[in-house]
Structures are given as C-alpha cells and as structure tokens.
Ligand binder design. Structure first.
Ligand SMILES: [Cu+2]
Length: 457
C-alpha cells in the first residue's frame, strides 16, 4: 500500500483543472485525479490526515479519498465533474460521468467543526450543481440548481463554503438534470469525523454507495431515461467479482456505511455475524435504541451505518438480498424454463440458428456453462471460489475475517482455509427417510407451470 500512498501524494501534483482560467487557478487548489482512474479500480486505504485535526480515516471500497489543501485554517477541496470510464468488473467498462476521474467521486473526509471550501469545476457538456446531502448549511450552499444557486455552466467553477457542523455520514450528488447525472454515476461519499477521535471509534470503517445502471448487453453507455428497469446493480459502480472484499482482523470492531443513490431499496445481508444499525444520514443512534439485525434495508436516498464485532473467521458473503440484484446484465429478461423439456424444440431452432442454447431447464445455474456473449458484457453470474463457481454478480462482496492481520492491512488474504471437518460434504452412507409435505408432487410427464421472468423490479 505504501506505493499507492505515494501515488496519491503524487497525484495531488497532477493539475486537472485545465479548463479553469489562469487567474482563477492561482486561487484554487489543484484537482487531484483518481489514483486508479481507468486502468484499475482498486481500493485505496487513505493515509492518516497530513494536517488539520486527527481522525481515523475510512476505506472507500473500490475507491479513494480526496486530498485537500489547508488554507488559512480552511480545508479546500476541488471536485471536477467530468466524463469517466469505469471498469464495472474485468470484462466490462462503462462510459459514465463522475468526479476527478472516477465514478463514484472520491470520498470527502473532514472533522466536525471544520470550515470547508469546495471548488466545483464543470467539465460536462451540460449544467450541473452539487447538493451536500444531509449537511446543515446556509440555504445558498445547498446546491439545488435554480432554487439555491444558478446552475454551473460547462467550463465554469463554483465555490461552496460551510462548516461541517455534526459528525456523521453524508453523500454528495448533483441537483441538476438528476435523472441523467445520477443515472450516469455522479455521486460521492462524505464523512464528517467526530472532534474526539475516540468517539464512535472502530478498528475498520468501510464506506460505499449503491447505484444501478441500465446498460444494454454489448454497449458502453447507460440509458439514462430508464425509470425502473436497471440491469447492472453496483457497489461503487462495480459488480462482483469486481468488488473488493472487506478484509478485517478477527475481533475487530467493524463499521460499514452504505448510501443508496439508486432508484430502489436494497436489503443488505450479512453472513456469520449480526450487527446493529448505529447511524443514519440524520446522525448517530443512541446505544439504547439499537437492536440486533442481519439485514438492513437501505431506502433510496438513505445511508445506514452498521457495526459488528468480526468474531468468526472465514469468507462471509455480504450482499443485497434481492436476488436479481446479485446478477449481471444477462440475468435479466430471460424466460423461466425450469421443468420444461425442450430438447426437441432446441433441435429445430438449431437448424435455423446454429449455436442456439436452451437456458435454464434444470434451473438457472449457469456457473459452469460458457456461452458466447456480446462484447463488453458480463455473464449473469460470475466469479469462482475455492469450491467452484460462486454464481453471483451485482451487489455482492465478502467480509474476510482473519486472525493476526496487521493494523491497516487491507490486502486480500486469499481464500479462507477451513479447519478439518468444518466444511459441508457429500454423504454416502444411509440417510434418514425424508419427510414430505402432504401435497402431491407433479407426476412425470405432467405439464409444469412456468413463470414469465422480467419486468417489475
Ligand atoms: Cu438490491
């Protein structure tokens, strides 16, 4: 990680604000470019703050935190709204809009009480603005174009300034042509750390945004006029197996902060542990008001912070529980053919369309099937684990709990090595007689009901 940290520091010297006039540029900080802009989308654990009040930095999954310049006691950031290319997962790239070379934009980290100045340069072909979701600020800094400020025209730079009054978790996104701009990936995370770093302290603090795209198989650019029918369900504009795992040390207290800027809710589910919801974008929840959960539903425009003690070693799934949200593009709009014997039909179609393949008459399991895909398209379920295909895509990642990791070591430790006798296995001896519900199962040869898939997300 050392080399990456150096790269971040180095990146701060890369001037990205070419569109800004020379006179203006002297007064505003450089706009650092994403350290992993188009070539990779690796998680960049941020270094401790170089100046200002101390805090425990968060780790943005498959993302990074934006460096600032301290000027006369004010933290100055420079965001550049611009088109970006984001690798969604190996094998698929998307033309998105984002900030400073990446979608989502970089995470902004400040400390309660900090005076913050944010320069926003518009390099998009249309007007934009930024709304600082959840912040308490002067009305004219709230970023709703037309209501609180004029829209930022292409090529122009605006400045926002306010005090980060309360510790908590927030987001930022445009409030101009939102359907297009949020649908193209314009959003970012904002964390205001407590003044006292011991308050709300955890060992590892992860953040990510939930977003979604409608990208037709074989194409690169999202359809932004889509209202409901998205087909790429992403964690920070990445899908499994492109999502990094959250690596934690056994017995660490872990926080995961998730914000939802997609157009539907996402019930996120943890395996092997239980958690408490400790924060929303409205603030921290008092300990006495928390209860145990294993799934948290995150509504549109909401943030939830969950906390747990990672006391169970292993590779634990962490994912949206809507099953079509853990699939990629090719999993959508496919008819359900489970239980239908269509070998004869397939033969006939094969005469007309060589290479035609019957999908899913034994269930949807396609982890071991290899079929031709349009270019720049991900298989519906992908990724392989130590025991075979994982058959997951979309909003899916893992929490990897390991003993003896160093503080600040977020490197993927590989697959969990299970102690002998602790893995489910094939049973070849005599098994107890199964007890069945009294309903009669379908007799062989009887027609089996089929259900049309697709629509209604
Ligand atoms: Cu979901």
């Amino acid at each position: 990680m050392t080399s990456r940290r150096h790269f971040i520091t180095g990146a701060a010297t890369m001037v990205g604000a070419a569109a800004v006039s020379k006179a203006g540029a002297a007064g505003i900080p450089e706009a650092p470019a994403a350290p992993s802009s188009t070539s990779s989308a690796a998680t960049v654990p941020p270094p401790p703050p170089p100046n200002g009040r101390p805090y425990n930095p968060v780790v943005t999954l498959n993302g990074w935190s934006l460096p600032w310049r301290m000027k006369d006691g004010v933290k100055e950031f420079h965001l550049v709204a611009e088109p970006v290319v984001r690798e969604i997962a190996p094998g698929m790239k998307a033309n998105l809009w984002g900030y400073n070379g990446q979608s989502p934009g970089p995470t902004i980290e400040v400390v309660e009480g900090d005076r913050v100045r944010l320069f926003v340069t518009n390099k998009l072909p249309e007007v934009t603005s930024i709304h600082w979701h959840g912040q308490f600020l002067p009305n004219g800094m709230d970023g709703v174009a037309g209501l609180n400020q004029p829209a930022i025209a292409p090529g122009k730079t605006y400045v926002y300034e306010f005090v980060a009054r309360y510790a908590g978790t927030f987001m930022y996104h445009p409030h101009a042509d939102e359907m297009a701009q949020i649908g193209m990936g314009m959003m970012g995370f904002w964390v205001t750390h407590p003044k006292d770093p011991r308050q709300h302290a955890v060992d590892r603090d992860f953040v990510f945004l939930l977003n979604a795209y409608d990208i037709d198989p074989g194409s690169y650019t999202p359809n932004v006029n889509e209202m409901l029918d998205f087909n790429i369900w992403t964690i920070n504009s990445r899908v499994f197996p492109g999502t990094d795992p959250m690596v934690v040390r056994k017995d660490d207290r872990v926080r995961i902060r998730m914000g939802n800027l997609s157009m539907t809710n996402h019930p996120f589910h943890i395996h092997g542990h239980r958690f408490e919801i400790t924060g929303t974008d409205g603030g921290w929840i008092p300990p006495a008001a928390r209860w145990p959960e294993v799934t948290v539903d995150i509504g549109v425009g909401q943030m939830r912070a969950i906390e747990f003690v990672a006391d169970a070693p292993g590779d634990w799934a962490f994912h949206c529980h809507k099953s079509h949200h853990t699939m990629n593009a090719m999993g959508h709009e496919v008819p359900n053919l489970i239980g239908v014997d269509h070998r004869g039909v397939a033969r006939q179609i094969n005469d007309l369309v060589p290479g035609y393949m019957v999908m899913g008459d034994k269930g949807g399991s396609m982890g071991s099937m290899k079929m031709p895909l349009p270019e720049n398209t991900l298989p519906m379920m992908d990724g392989s684990g130590p025991f075979g295909p994982v058959e997951m895509g979309g909003m899916f990642t893992m929490i990897k709990v390991r003993e003896g990791l160093a503080r600040g070591d977020f490197r993927d430790p590989g697959w969990y090595k299970h102690p002998a006798g602790t893995v489910a296995r094939e049973w070849t001896g005599a098994a107890p007689e199964p007890v069945r519900a009294p309903a009669t199962p379908a007799a062989p040869g009887e027609p089996v009901a089929t259900v049309k898939r697709g629509g209604g997300h």
